[in-house]
Design a protein around this ligand. Structure first.
Ligand SMILES: [Zn+2]
Length: 141
Protein backbone atom coordinates (compact mmCIF):
# COMPACT_ATOMS: atom_id res chain seq x y z
CA UNK A 1 0.00 0.00 0.00
CA UNK A 2 1.25 3.45 -0.91
CA UNK A 3 1.33 5.59 2.28
CA UNK A 4 0.06 8.59 0.30
CA UNK A 5 -3.09 6.63 -0.57
CA UNK A 6 -3.49 5.64 3.08
CA UNK A 7 -3.11 9.29 4.16
CA UNK A 8 -5.52 10.55 1.50
CA UNK A 9 -8.18 7.94 2.29
CA UNK A 10 -8.01 8.84 5.99
CA UNK A 11 -7.60 12.57 5.29
CA UNK A 12 -4.61 12.75 7.58
CA UNK A 13 -1.12 14.16 7.09
CA UNK A 14 1.44 11.84 5.51
CA UNK A 15 3.54 12.18 8.68
CA UNK A 16 0.64 10.90 10.77
CA UNK A 17 -0.01 8.09 8.31
CA UNK A 18 3.65 7.05 8.45
CA UNK A 19 3.59 7.12 12.26
CA UNK A 20 0.58 4.80 12.30
CA UNK A 21 1.99 2.48 9.65
CA UNK A 22 5.45 2.34 11.23
CA UNK A 23 3.97 1.60 14.65
CA UNK A 24 2.09 -1.28 13.01
CA UNK A 25 5.36 -2.45 11.43
CA UNK A 26 7.06 -2.35 14.84
CA UNK A 27 4.17 -4.43 16.21
CA UNK A 28 4.70 -6.84 13.28
CA UNK A 29 1.20 -6.28 11.95
CA UNK A 30 2.39 -4.60 8.77
CA UNK A 31 5.48 -5.10 6.62
CA UNK A 32 7.62 -2.27 5.22
CA UNK A 33 8.84 -2.77 1.65
CA UNK A 34 11.69 -1.05 -0.18
CA UNK A 35 11.80 -0.77 -3.94
CA UNK A 36 14.69 0.49 -6.04
CA UNK A 37 13.95 1.54 -9.63
CA UNK A 38 16.14 2.87 -12.43
CA UNK A 39 15.56 6.61 -12.84
CA UNK A 40 16.12 6.33 -16.60
CA UNK A 41 13.95 3.38 -17.61
CA UNK A 42 11.99 2.56 -14.42
CA UNK A 43 13.20 -1.02 -14.41
CA UNK A 44 13.02 -2.73 -11.03
CA UNK A 45 16.57 -2.94 -9.69
CA UNK A 46 16.12 -4.41 -6.23
CA UNK A 47 13.63 -5.27 -3.51
CA UNK A 48 15.78 -5.15 -0.36
CA UNK A 49 14.20 -6.48 2.82
CA UNK A 50 15.57 -3.63 4.93
CA UNK A 51 17.27 -0.27 4.31
CA UNK A 52 20.45 -1.93 5.56
CA UNK A 53 20.59 -3.85 2.28
CA UNK A 54 20.44 -0.73 0.08
CA UNK A 55 23.51 -0.07 -2.06
CA UNK A 56 24.75 3.28 -3.38
CA UNK A 57 25.12 1.99 -6.97
CA UNK A 58 23.06 -0.38 -9.06
CA UNK A 59 23.68 -1.60 -12.59
CA UNK A 60 20.54 -1.48 -14.71
CA UNK A 61 20.31 -4.51 -16.98
CA UNK A 62 17.59 -2.90 -19.09
CA UNK A 63 19.26 0.35 -20.12
CA UNK A 64 22.84 -0.53 -19.14
CA UNK A 65 23.05 2.54 -16.89
CA UNK A 66 25.18 2.57 -13.80
CA UNK A 67 22.69 4.07 -11.38
CA UNK A 68 23.93 6.26 -8.56
CA UNK A 69 21.04 5.98 -6.15
CA UNK A 70 19.07 9.03 -5.04
CA UNK A 71 16.91 8.57 -1.93
CA UNK A 72 14.36 10.98 -3.38
CA UNK A 73 13.95 9.64 -6.88
CA UNK A 74 14.97 6.00 -7.01
CA UNK A 75 13.85 4.36 -3.78
CA UNK A 76 10.22 4.14 -2.73
CA UNK A 77 8.56 2.47 0.19
CA UNK A 78 5.24 0.76 0.65
CA UNK A 79 3.44 -1.20 3.32
CA UNK A 80 1.45 -4.41 3.34
CA UNK A 81 -0.53 -6.34 5.90
CA UNK A 82 1.56 -9.03 7.56
CA UNK A 83 0.24 -12.30 6.03
CA UNK A 84 -0.08 -13.69 9.56
CA UNK A 85 -2.97 -11.23 10.07
CA UNK A 86 -4.60 -11.60 6.67
CA UNK A 87 -6.42 -14.82 7.57
CA UNK A 88 -9.81 -13.13 7.92
CA UNK A 89 -11.53 -16.37 8.90
CA UNK A 90 -9.39 -16.47 12.00
CA UNK A 91 -10.37 -12.93 13.05
CA UNK A 92 -14.03 -13.84 12.89
CA UNK A 93 -13.53 -16.97 14.93
CA UNK A 94 -15.14 -16.35 18.34
CA UNK A 95 -12.66 -18.47 20.29
CA UNK A 96 -9.73 -16.70 18.67
CA UNK A 97 -11.25 -13.29 19.42
CA UNK A 98 -12.09 -14.02 23.04
CA UNK A 99 -8.58 -15.44 23.59
CA UNK A 100 -7.10 -12.20 22.18
CA UNK A 101 -9.49 -10.10 24.32
CA UNK A 102 -8.50 -12.03 27.43
CA UNK A 103 -4.81 -11.66 26.72
CA UNK A 104 -4.78 -7.99 25.70
CA UNK A 105 -8.04 -6.64 27.16
CA UNK A 106 -10.78 -5.38 24.85
CA UNK A 107 -11.01 -1.76 23.70
CA UNK A 108 -14.28 -0.13 24.77
CA UNK A 109 -16.63 2.12 22.85
CA UNK A 110 -15.80 4.79 25.42
CA UNK A 111 -12.18 4.68 24.30
CA UNK A 112 -13.40 5.31 20.75
CA UNK A 113 -15.46 8.25 22.04
CA UNK A 114 -12.29 9.81 23.41
CA UNK A 115 -10.20 9.10 20.32
CA UNK A 116 -9.84 12.24 18.21
CA UNK A 117 -9.11 10.33 15.03
CA UNK A 118 -12.34 8.35 15.44
CA UNK A 119 -14.28 11.59 15.80
CA UNK A 120 -12.61 12.97 12.70
CA UNK A 121 -12.99 9.90 10.50
CA UNK A 122 -16.41 8.71 11.65
CA UNK A 123 -18.22 11.84 12.89
CA UNK A 124 -21.69 10.22 12.64
CA UNK A 125 -20.69 7.25 14.75
CA UNK A 126 -18.89 9.52 17.19
CA UNK A 127 -22.03 11.66 17.57
CA UNK A 128 -24.03 8.47 18.19
CA UNK A 129 -21.62 7.38 20.94
CA UNK A 130 -21.79 10.85 22.48
CA UNK A 131 -25.60 10.66 22.44
CA UNK A 132 -25.56 7.19 24.01
CA UNK A 133 -23.11 8.35 26.66
CA UNK A 134 -25.32 11.30 27.62
CA UNK A 135 -28.47 9.17 27.72
CA UNK A 136 -26.81 6.59 29.94
CA UNK A 137 -25.26 9.05 32.39
CA UNK A 138 -28.60 10.88 32.60
CA UNK A 139 -30.30 7.54 33.35
CA UNK A 140 -27.63 6.67 35.94
CA UNK A 141 -27.65 10.12 37.59
ZN1 LIG B 1 17.46 1.49 -16.55
Amino acid sequence: MNPNLFAERLEIELTTALNVLLAAVAARMMLLHWEVRCATCSALLALPLTALQLKSHYSCLSCQNDVLISLNDDISISFSLNPVYSGLGQQHNEDFRSAIDQQYGSVSAHTMLETQLFQRLFPDQHAKLLELGHTNSAAAG
